[in-house]
Design a protein around this ligand. Structure first.
Ligand code: PLP
Length: 407
């Protein structure tokens, strides 16, 4: 028989969302009449808007015609890559620095191959689970010790440091995962903070994997939407992004990664050339249909729809934030991101999760599931139908005022 990959055994517990789903099922089984509402997961709920949807339909139609048919496109449709460069990066990148993917999470998993096992990792704590779990699977960090994997440095982001990590904790020559606007905290790094991160990476010979999946939710124009707004970021950062959240493409699957030609390994080799080689070897590109939808999303009409859709979810976020404020619960996020991060000092976040589920039949996400520094926090997601979010907020206010949170 073949041995199990030992890296799998190094993963900590189950993946967070299956665990939440299990607890929800158990609650539903013992409370068959409960009308449970989820403010828990980061999955989109609203339909793809008409112009972007027409792009998807047209992409499928063309595949059935002799003139419109296309096969493999490897790094992606050149028009789409050009459009990404002009819409998001002011034309800063050439098309061979832009790689179209089937999603940001998929690329985050694959990017690890560039660095191999033994690479030191630094990740925001709390963070999106794929950074740490993907690193462990890649063998980048071996072993499990107490509160952290050996080889992974957690960078706590809490109310005490305004949700921006102490850059002194970042080891030399490490791969840094950084997400802004952040999932789960909803915090957005400002220009000075990102500049400090880039300066640290340059000084300590690190590479940053910058996850900008929520950049289209930024409304405060002083906040950077891409790390490349910061000088020298092209020498130290790969950026991943996605159509999933802004265009409702979670099920369509389309994203991109920027791997600048200026980015080099310690030995001076081009990271871009290696990524091109890896992508050509184990990835055959994103769906042509999805890319046709992506092109539609980035023309004037499509960008209006992205604005409309992200405005809708930000509207939900405001309802949730206002409800928490009424309950005098401290929280951040929800203004430039679809997540609200609520603080329950001194409490266990799985316990608060259970309390909200029991009292309000509302599913949330326990902060501790995103890393040790998430303990005491709860993430509320603004992805939901308006009527569900309104009902969840009504229950929170009425029921929690009547029967306040345990201390
Ligand atoms: C949802 C999400 C993504 C998007 O992943 P896709 O694979 O593109 O759907 C990426 N990063 C974060 C932090 C996310 O929450």
């Amino acid at each position: 028989m073949i041995n199990r990959n030992p890296n799998i055994a190094n993963l900590k517990a189950g993946y967070l969302f299956p665990e939440i789903a299990k607890r929800r099922r158990e609650y539903a089984a013992s409370h068959p009449d409960a009308k449970i509402i989820s403010l828990g997961v980061g999955n989109t709920t609203e339909p793809v808007l008409p112009h972007i949807n027409a792009g998807l339909i047209e992409g499928a139609r063309r595949l059935g015609t002799a003139e419109g048919y296309s096969g493999y496109q490897d790094e992606g449709l050149p028009e789409l890559r050009e459009k990404i460069s002009s819409v998001f990066y002011n034309g800063k990148f050439e098309i061979d620095e832009i790689f179209i993917s089937d999603g940001a999470k998929c690329d985050i998993g694959r990017l690890q191959i560039l660095f191999g096992s033994g690479t030191k990792i630094a990740a925001q704590d709390p963070s999106y689970p794929v950074y740490v779990d993907g690193s462990v699977l890649a063998g980048a960090a071996q072993g499990w010790e107490g509160t952290g994997y050996a080889g992974i440095t957690y960078l706590p982001c809490t109310a005490d440091n305004n949700f921006f990590p102490d850059t002194d904790l970042i080891p030399n020559d490490s791969l840094i995962y950084f997400c802004s606007p952040n999932n789960p905290t909803g915090a957005v790094a400002d220009r000075g903070q990102l500049a400090a991160l880039v300066e640290t990476a340059v000084k300590k010979d690190c590479i940053i994997i910058f996850d900008a999946a929520y950049s289209e939710f930024i409304r405060d124009s002083s906040l950077p939407k891409t790390i490349y707004e910061i000088d020298r970021a092209d020498q130290c950062a790969i950026e991943v992004n996605s159509f999933s959240k802004p265009a409702g493409f979670t099920g369509v699957r389309l994203g991109w990664s920027i791997v600048p030609k200026a980015l080099k390994f310690a030995g001076g080799e081009s990271v871009n050339a290696d990524w091109n080689r890896i992508a050509g070897t184990i990835f055959n590109g994103a769906s042509n249909i999805a890319q046709a939808g992506g092109l539609a999303a980035l023309d004037d009409e499509g960008l209006k729809e992205i604005r409309e859709l992200t405005d809708f979810y930000l509207g939900n976020a405001k309802l949730i934030r206002d409800s928490l404020k009424k309950l005098k619960i401290q929280c951040i996020g929800g203004d430039n991101s679809p997540y609200i991060w609520a603080y329950f000092p001194g409490r266990d976040s799985w316990e608060v999760f259970a309390e909200i589920l029991e009292k309000c039949q509302v599913v949330t996400t326990p902060g501790a599931g995103f890393g040790p520094a998430g303990q005491g926090y709860i993430r509320f997601s603004a992805f939901g139908h308006r009527a569900d979010v309104e009902e969840a907020c009504r229950r929170l206010i009425v029921l929690m005022q009547k029967n306040p949170f345990r201390q």
